[in-house]
Design a protein around this ligand. Structure first.
Ligand code: SF4
Length: 379
């Protein structure tokens, strides 16, 4: 006879399967595609700004289901891809200092800097260790009190609250050999910066995970000031098709609006506690986005109260101007939605996931890596 725990596990598993089945149900997907075809008349370009959406869109072949007048573009939604080359160079510089253990997420280790990468420097003997999260890095600091342990913090509102919470706990524990190199970023400024730059889109498929934390009101200025529809979307095929349908309806009726398709996960007000933690530790600063440039108040820096955790005091950071040695990589134009991986002459030739030239080929959420995995035959 099964005990309570195994029954609970089994029930949870069957619920999950049923849940996924519903959102991948062919009949429902066909109906959603039909609904889109029925309302869609105009030439429309929609942009997703979430690496998870980029993956889902290509994994499930969403573009092939849509009428030809609807184009999907990937924007700057992959945290590794938008992290500047300068930041990678800073991280490399930091790893060269005596007594430092540089911890890093697996994706970041292969992103090329100007001359080298963390992966190459690890092979040359630097103490660079892959971790799954900031919590692993803190554990390494606790176990190596004679060393300084540095964690490069990347990612958007999704990961910044975890970094903030971890730093508060680190301070409370009195651990003084742990440091963060923050490249955390926030999403709304880059979304408006792209429109200001003249990127031609008709609506945003807004990021699901970011919105779980922020809530949906952060997109209101985009609707009100730029007349662009914003729909917060989930990640399953039916989620994405439904979000596209909602945007197309807005566009056809000429009534841009802020809507929440992912209401099963995203509360309108978001996660207030997580946001409060994030802004207790970090404050907005101007920050550099790979291929896009410097964007006002788009990054997160440690507040004065937490400056003792700032890894930038351990070495001389490079100037905050992104080095522009691009080696033919067009990641920046892809992140701005001006080009697709198909436009890059290096795609699947000099640049592959095994030997990436640019950041967009490194992360599983990057446009180039996603195209390589799911759509390279079509290029
Ligand atoms: S295929 Fe490689 S070189 Fe080309 S844009 Fe993508 S990451 Fe850069």
């Amino acid at each position: 006879m099964r005990n309570d725990l195994s029954i609970q596990k089994s029930t949870r598993r069957s619920l999950t399967i049923k849940f996924i089945d519903e959102y991948r149900n062919k009949k429902l997907i066909d109906e959603a595609v039909e609904a889109i075809r029925n309302v869609s008349r105009k030439e429309v370009t929609l942009m997703e700004v979430c690496g998870g959406h980029t993956m889902s869109i290509h994994k499930f072949g969403i573009p092939s289901l849509l009428p030809k007048n609807i184009k999907l573009l990937s924007g700057p939604g992959c945290p590794v891809c938008v992290t500047s080359r300068n930041f990678i160079d800073d991280t490399l510089e930091c790893s060269k200092q005596d007594d430092i253990i540089l911890t890093t997420l697996g994706d970041l280790i292969r992103v090329p800097g100007t001359e080298t990468s963390l992966f190459k420097e690890k092979a040359r003997g630097s103490d660079i260790r892959i971790v799954y999260s900031i919590l692993d890095a803190i554990k390494i600091a606790e176990e190596n009190k004679d060393k300084k342990v540095v964690f490069p913090g990347i990612g958007f509102e999704t990961t910044a609250p975890l970094s903030a919470t971890a730093l508060i706990q680190t301070r409370d524990k009195g651990l003084n050999n742990f440091f963060i190199l923050s490249a955390h970023k926030i999403m709304p400024p880059v979304m408006t910066a792209l429109i200001d730059e003249g990127v031609k889109i008709n609506g945003y498929i807004c990021p699901g995970h970011v919105s779980v934390i922020t809530g949906i009101q952060i997109y209101k200025p985009i609707v009100e000031n730029y007349n662009l529809g914003c729909v917060v979307s989930g990640f399953e095929p039916l989620d994405i098709l439904q979000s596209i349908y909602m945007l197309i309806k807005q566009i056809e009726q000429d009534s841009p609006a802020l809507e929440n398709q992912y209401s099963r996960a995203v509360k309108p007000e978001g996660n207030k506690k997580a946001l409060e933690m994030m802004y207790r530790v970090f404050e907005p600063i101007d920050d550099w986005w790979r291929g896009i440039g410097n964007i006002l108040n788009s990054g997160l820096a440690l507040r004065e109260e937490f400056k003792s955790f700032d890894a930038r005091q351990l070495f001389d950071p490079l100037t905050r101007i992104d080095s522009n040695k691009d080696m033919g990589c067009i990641c920046g134009e892809i992140l701005k939605g001006l080009k697709t991986p198909a436009d890059c002459p290096l795609f699947n030739k000099a640049c592959t996931p095994v030997d990436p030239v640019g950041a967009c080929m490194v992360s599983g959420e990057g446009s180039c890596a996603t195209w390589y995995r799911y759509a390279r035959e079509a290029v």
